[in-house]
Design a binder for this molecule. Structure first.
Ligand SMILES: Nc1ncnc2c1ncn2[C@@H]1O[C@H](COP(=O)(O)OP(=O)(O)O)[C@@H](O)[C@H]1O
Ligand SMILES: [Mg+2]
Length: 271
């Protein structure tokens, strides 16, 4: 089992888990046009937070601020207690496009961040092998991306991000391009990996099912709401990777509630 981040609080002591992401009244303007306004959010270690909302409501912008690709126009954005001033290895980003290097093997794609950091080759190979096992790509270490299916490419993309042991994984509709069965398998894998590593995940999706299955919390953003969101707690049994959770009464109830809220926001927009 691979673990990273700070150790959990001593047993029996009810300390909240450390805050991995903190946004305080964050605003962001593009060319003087506000996209996010006064957005406050706290995400703790070990949490999976799903972000849902119609196209253009600011999901990717929010993720890009946490990733350090965009600087907030106002407010404070912190990762692990430090002000976010750019990308960092503590925040891993998984894109929908796999962003793999076509000319590198699976192993070398995964080891890339370690090779950039100047880690010895023996360590690169050891970590790559651990990550290959973690994401279920054993036997494909020497394959090139063109020899992999879409689902396998996404596993490799995940392994590459996991290799730098980020405290938070930022995922922007990562499974949108794979077929439904592969997508469900990858969702289960993500939760298995999350439970094994204790890393925090912020997961943007258009799929209500995906948001409910993955998240401990769901944030539903509204179009034109400048990042305002409604929040839902997801109370599903552990292990959360159990596919049977998709049939659980609470899954069905919450999917319905979020669906109705989303429909109501579209109807309000069209009125
Ligand atoms: N680089 C940019 N320059 C100007 N406007 C942008 C830029 N990126 C996003 N926007 C605008 O900001 C809003 C939110 O975009 P985005 O965060 O990509 O939404 P979502 O991911 O929810 O679909 C949209 O109106 C979009 O057109
Ligand atoms: Mg987006």
């Amino acid at each position: 089992m691979t673990t990273w981040g700070t150790p959990p609080a001593a047993v029996g002591v009810a300390h909240p888990k450390p805050e991995v992401v903190r946004l305080e009244r964050v605003g962001l303007d593009f060319d003087g046009r506000p996209v996010l306004k006064d957005l406050s959010l706290s995400i703790r270690r070990d949490e999976v937070v799903s972000v849902l909302g119609p196209s253009g409501c600011g999901k990717t912008t929010l993720l890009n601020i946490v990733a350090g690709f965009l600087q907030a126009s106002s407010g404070v954005a912190l990762a692990n207690g430090r002000e976010i001033s750019g990308p960092g290895p503590d925040r891993g980003v998984v894109f929908q496009s796999y962003a793999l290097f076509d000319w590198m093997t699976v192993q070398d794609n995964i080891a890339f961040s370690l090779s950039c950091a100047g880690r010895p080759r023996s360590e690169q190979l050891e970590v790559a092998q651990q990550m290959v096992q973690l994401v279920g790509l054993t036997g494909f270490e020497k394959a090139y991306p063109y020899q992999l299916s879409g689902g396998m490419k996404q596993r490799c993309g995940l392994a590459r991000v996991l290799a730098s042991k980020p405290s938070v994984m930022l995922m922007d509709e990562p499974f949108a391009a794979v077929d439904v069965q592969t997508r469900e398998t990858l969702q289960e894998e993500i939760l298995r990996i999350q439970a094994a590593t204790g890393c925090t995940i912020v997961f943007i999706t258009h799929s209500i099912e995906e948001a409910v299955f993955l998240g401990h919390r769901i944030l539903l953003m509204q179009r034109g709401g400048f990042g305002a969101f409604k929040e839902y707690a997801v109370e599903l049994p552990e292990p959360r990777s159990n596919p049977e959770n998709r049939l659980h009464a609470e899954f069905v109830r919450l999917r319905g509630e979020v669906y109705r809220d989303l429909r109501a926001s579209y109807a309000a927009e069209a009125a």
